[in-house]
Design a protein around this ligand. Structure first.
Ligand SMILES: Nc1nc2c(c(=O)[nH]1)N[C@H]1C(S)=C(S)[C@@H](COP(=O)(O)OP(=O)(O)OC[C@H]3O[C@@H](n4cnc5c(=O)[nH]c(N)nc54)[C@H](O)[C@@H]3O)O[C@H]1N2
Ligand SMILES: Nc1nc2c(c(=O)[nH]1)N[C@H]1C(S)=C(S)[C@@H](COP(=O)(O)OP(=O)(O)OC[C@H]3O[C@@H](n4cnc5c(=O)[nH]c(N)nc54)[C@H](O)[C@@H]3O)O[C@H]1N2
Ligand SMILES: [Mo]
Length: 769
């Protein structure tokens, strides 16, 4: 860390967790909740008969009810269960143009939405409207479109299985498959890449497997911040003496050491459990090279061992029985030189050999990964090379081993399972026809990038958003936001105000819904919903708090309201389904047979696991697992120029996606600000930059914008990351990413690899900035 003192920038010496985490929870609760009524919510997180934590998709220990403490889960809960309210009086006092100038933090910090609202263009304000009026007008507007494919239906991954199922049912009866969803920006490379490799687009491990693994690899994710409950698992793994290997350009504290707030001895003595034994600071976008390097080393070691009469290093029996395509992989690796591998990964041959040899020594390996792997132009290839690595030693489909994509939103995986997909299968078409008697087209609809393109080009005229903050989460706000302003209809179903809601279409509606923490009463009584976590465990979630306003409806009820108004000839008994969510679950079971006995099984403690073929070495009908070849070492083709830095965008410790809880990033030593660009010391020196200097970051993807794709006035902060790599926060960095910079196979935006130039702001520019 540099000598120069800059406000809000310091070294963080502590471990992850510990007293800092407890203090942060106390602050989050104090700033949001009226102590007493709402704080009782914190005791019901992830409990039997409680609600599923909206914080992340990490599973809960199956049969325990021990309180799993997590700082960021507590922030998520207190943010939703806040005592603050954004009422019609608030909207009467502020025009949308005025609110546009507010920060993302300030908008959500107004608190929970209380009334359904409609945009009044003359006053430039949202005004209250009755639910029935809102539904009628939305239904009229949707029916007025000449073609159902001119409407986009976005889903963000907090939506329960029940709400998501009804939502896709309504949209399909309406007649389109336009389902942009947050998964398109997140683990789409997994959903598209893994089925080709192992026959299923989900992880193959369970929480129990972590008790049996003898090595654990963590590629490109930051558990200390984004799935903190995972730290308890990593701590147990580490205590067993199992090596944990982190592959990440940034040194992330949660991967280094952790003090568990569940363990009083560690708290009192201020000791920490070391987490990663080895930390490989790969270059941003260097993972593909590292993975190929590890595999190349394994093949060489295998050949040497076989030549000496040994059994080899690969699992030859597994490869022969269960896989195909190893020949092509061998050829690809043989034609890739170590020089290239070293140059592209930013790691030495010795480092890569050490990682590979550690992998080879372990009998049971778990490989976890996150956004650092998927959000690249070759995110799909990244995922498939990880699968290759695992298949080479039979590390899929045995106890203590497997591949573990760490999902984002708490139900993003479940939403997909119950039909939120722009690419429906014939089986889904048939099942819906059988269950409801209507047909819908098999044609592919729009994913998130396609949806924004269609809106930009005027091909889509309506946007309905089930949660989320599409305009801010997507790349290229300079394209997305003006495009959204041209819509005929915008409908946002949300808990809190965000920037996407401030982009009025000709008609715009803001519909407030219940959150997970709240009681959902319907005609048959108190309801619970279900969610699916990262390990395909489905379980129930029931809120206990009094709703934030008496005018809120549940997400299923809002979908039903829109459906009835839009589809006068509907074949679905919407009222009946909403009256009793058990009926929705019966219908889910009817359409998706893997939910057999849904209502019974979800009432068992801990719920149940969906069938994952690859976990049983069942790779799908008539097929084997496949080794797949990635065309080169280039994770982000078209971005490598020596004069450029590669910038990645990351989450701070004080945010949930576009929800900014606060301005601290404790483990990275940042407090009270987000206007930072983390840079390598040498890269700063070469550019004549000192700690805290104001800079201008310009995307080299600028052909279409004539120099305007820049972020200006942020400060340079020295950080431990490889030369040539830099990082800043999401969403501040999103304007540097063009809409077209995405993985062509999965559509995932390349948020993690932006070629940029960085220079010091001159004094005159600084004044202007
Ligand atoms: N508190 C909190 N929890 C969350 C969220 C949140 O915002 N806040 N978001 C939720 C969602 S939707 C998601 S998807 C997950 C996201 O969880 P993560 O996947 O952990 O998300 P990111 O913060 O984007 O961090 C990715 C990590 O990848 C590293 N990285 C960046 N570029 C590269 C690269 O090229 N190679 C490698 N190997 N690593 C790289 C970064 O240094 C960082 O540590 O978390 C979920 N949980
Ligand atoms: N540069 C960059 N951009 C990224 C990423 C990145 O790493 N870098 N990550 C991407 C990823 S992984 C994701 S998942 C997307 C996230 O994209 P989104 O899912 O669209 O965004 P969120 O910020 O999670 O949405 C927050 C809003 O959801 C609403 N909300 C909260 N709870 C509920 C609820 O229970 N019901 C309803 N109906 N609404 C609710 C609130 O109004 C809140 O304002 O962003 C993507 N964008
Ligand atoms: Mo995500």
């Amino acid at each position: 860390m540099s000598e120069r003192k800059v406000p809000g920038i310091d070294d963080y010496e502590g471990a992850a967790g510990g007293w800092g985490a407890l203090a942060a929870v106390a602050r989050a609760v104090k700033s949001q909740m009226a102590v007493g009524r709402e704080t009782s919510a914190l005791r019901r997180v992830n409990q039997p008969a409680g609600f599923d934590c909206p914080g992340c998709a990490w599973p809960d220990p199956r049969h325990t009810s021990s309180f799993e403490f997590c700082e960021n889960g507590a922030k998520a809960v207190s943010w939703e269960a806040t005592g603050k309210r954004a009422t019609p009086a608030f909207f009467a006092a502020h025009t949308l143009s005025e609110l546009w100038e507010w920060s993302d933090h300030a908008l959500e910090d107004e608190g929970r939405l209380t009334h359904p609202m409609v945009y009044d263009a003359d006053a430039d304000r949202y005004v209250a409207i009755g639910w029935d009026d809102a539904f009628t007008r939305i239904g009229d507007a949707l029916r007025a479109l000449p073609d159902p494919d001119m409407a986009e239906f976005y889903t963000s991954g907090r939506t329960s299985n029940e709400a998501a199922f009804l939502y896709q049912l309504m949209v399909r009866e309406y007649g389109t498959n336009n389902f942009p969803d947050c998964s398109n920006m997140c683990h789409e490379a997994t959903s598209v890449g893994l089925p080709e490799s192992i026959g299923v687009g989900k992880g193959t491990v369970t929480l129990e497997d972590f008790e049996y693994c003898d090595a654990l690899f963590s590629f490109g994710h930051n558990p200390g911040t984004n799935h903190p409950r995972m730290l308890s698992t990593l701590r147990e793994v580490s205590k067993r003496g199992v090596p944990i290997v982190a592959v990440n350009p940034l040194r992330e504290r949660g991967l280094e050491r952790f003090t568990s707030p569940q363990h009083p001895a560690e708290m009192l003595t201020n000791t920490a459990t070391p987490i990663a034994q080895t930390y490989y600071q790969v270059k941003i976008g260097g993972d593909l090279a590292l993975l190929k390097g590890m595999m190349k080393w394994l093949l060489q070691a295998d050949a040497e061992d076989l030549a000496k009469g040994g059994p080899g290093v690969l699992d030859h029996a597994f490869i022969a029985e269960h896989t195909e395509g190893v020949g092509a992989l061998r050829e690809d690796l043989a034609s890739t030189s170590w020089d290239e591998i070293v140059a592209h990964s930013g790691l030495s041959y010795e480092d890569i050999a050490a990682a590979a040899s550690l992998y080879a020594k372990a009998e049971r390996v778990i490989l976890c990964y996150g956004m650092g792997m998927t959000q690249h132009r070759r995110g799909t290839q990244n995922v498939q090379q990880m699968a290759n690595l695992m298949l080479l030693r039979g590390n899929i489909g045995k106890q203590g081993a497997g591949i573990a994509p760490i999902r984002g939103h708490s139900n993003v995986q479940g939403d997909r399972t119950v039909g939120i997909t722009e690419k429906p299968t014939q089986a889904l078409v048939d099942a819906i026809k059988r269950t409801y008697g209507f047909e819908f087209p098999l044609t592919h609809g729009h994913d998130a990038v396609e949806a924004v393109r269609a809106i930009r080009d005027g091909r889509s005229r309506a946007l309905v958003c089930m949660g989320g903050n599409l305009a801010v989460a997507m790349p290229d706000p300079d394209t997305t936001i003006p495009a959204m302003r041209t819509l005929d209809l915008a409908v946002h179903i949300a808990t809190k105000l965000n920037r996407s809601h401030l982009i009025p279409a000709k008609q715009a509606f803001l519909l407030p819904c219940l959150g997970r923490t709240e009681r959902d009463e319907q005609a048959s009584g108190l309801q619970s919903v279900t969610v699916e976590d990262s390990m395909s465990m489905v379980h129930a979630s029931q809120g206990g708090l009094t709703p934030a306003s008496e005018h809120l409806l549940s997400e299923p009820a809002i979908v039903a309201g829109i459906a009835k108004a839009t589809l006068p000839q509907t074949k679905v008994d919407w009222d009946g389904l909403v009256a009793d969510y058990d009926r929705i679950r019966d219908d889910i079971e009817a359409v998706f047979p893997m939910f057999k006995d849904f209502n019974r099984r979800v009432r068992e403690p801990g719920g149940f696991r969906l069938y994952i073929g690859a976990s049983e070495r069942d790779w799908g009908p008539g097929r084997k697992a496949r080794f797949l070849v990635a065309p080169s070492l280039d994770e982000d083709p078209g971005t490598d120029r020596r004069d450029l830095l590669t910038l990645t965008t990351i989450r701070s410790h004080d945010q949930y996606n576009t929800t900014i809880y606060g301005f601290d990033d404790r483990y990275r030593g940042v407090s009270g600000r987000r206007d930072v660009v983390f840079m390598n010391r040498d890269d700063m020196r070469i550019r004549g930059l000192a700690q805290g200097d104001r800079i201008i970051v310009a995307s080299s993807f600028d052909d279409d914008r004539g120099g305007s794709r820049t972020v200006s006035g942020f400060i340079a902060v020295e950080y431990d990351l490889p030369p040539g790599s830099a990082a800043m926060y999401y969403p501040e960095g999103n304007r540097l990413v063009p809409l077209d910079s995405h993985d062509p196979t999965s559509g995932t935006p390349a948020y993690k690899s932006i070629p940029v130039t960085v220079r010091k702001l001159q004094l005159a520019e600084d004044d202007a900035a």
